[in-house]
Design a protein around this ligand. Structure first.
Ligand SMILES: N[C@@H](CCC(=O)N[C@@H](CS)C(=O)NCC(=O)O)C(=O)O
Length: 207
């Protein structure tokens, strides 16, 4: 399989974490795609131009981080994150959706920072700063849920990828008044799959 990523994408980071957690490294080649470039050769592989994108051994193309993580989770017949027989799965999915909500806002905020300075929108940045303040307040309580404290879950993976956008965009400061969330993030930061995927990606470029 081939997984197309960019080093700074929090969405592409999620399947990279799943690959390490499940020991799928020898089955998946991670390829650095050239996104946001006019006529990038990557558009021949994935016309949407987005990452992550997984090409399966059957030649099927999968887009969307959650779908790719679900696919990788079951590909070895030993699902760790999505168990089809779990009747309480919706409770994990609720937390996962809440983490995705924070991530989506922080990704918009971070992308504003990639624009030339005179094209950035102070209004959008302020809107996302306020959303982050509200949602990190929600997470300060939700973080005590056993699903966030026990074995690694997709909700934990999404949340750490969101919170660690503080490394990509230093303006993101969710930590003041969030001591429990800060402790949680600092503890998870030491897990090998989390620290390895934060470091610069060692990958080759797509075509
Ligand atoms: N909902 C998608 C979002 C993916 C996404 O927004 N990827 C960004 C990088 S973080 C991207 O590929 N941007 C390039 C572009 O928009 O052309 C997912 O979960 O995979």
């Amino acid at each position: 399989m081939e997984l197309f990523v960019t080093p700074n994408s929090p969405y592409a980071r999620m399947p990279r974490i799943v690959i390490l957690e499940k020991g799928l490294g020898d089955r998946v080649t991670v390829v650095h795609a050239r996104t946001r470039e006019r006529d990038s050769p990557y558009y021949q592989i994935n016309p949407s131009g987005r990452v992550p994108y997984l090409l399966t051994d059957d030649g099927l193309g999968l887009e969307d981080s959650a779908l790719i993580c679900a696919y990788l989770d079951q590909v070895d017949g030993k699902p760790m994150f999505c168990r089809p027989d779990d009747e309480t799965a919706w409770q994990s999915q609720r937390l996962e959706a809440l983490a995705h909500s924070l991530l989506a806002g922080l990704a918009v905020w971070t992308r504003e920072g990639y624009r030339p300075e005179d094209e950035r929108s102070p209004g959008i940045i302020e809107h996302e700063r306020e959303r982050c303040r509200r949602l990190s307040g929600v997470w300060e309580n939700e973080i005590d849920d056993p699903r966030m404290q026990g074995p690694l879950t997709m909700a934990q993976i999404v949340l750490i990828c969101a919170l660690q956008l503080e490394h990509t965009n230093p303006d993101i400061d969710w930590r003041p008044d969030r001591p429990r969330l800060s402790d949680w993030a600092d503890r998870l930061a030491g897990r090998p799959s989390i620290s390895a995927t934060l470091a610069t990606l060692d990958a080759h470029r797509a075509h």
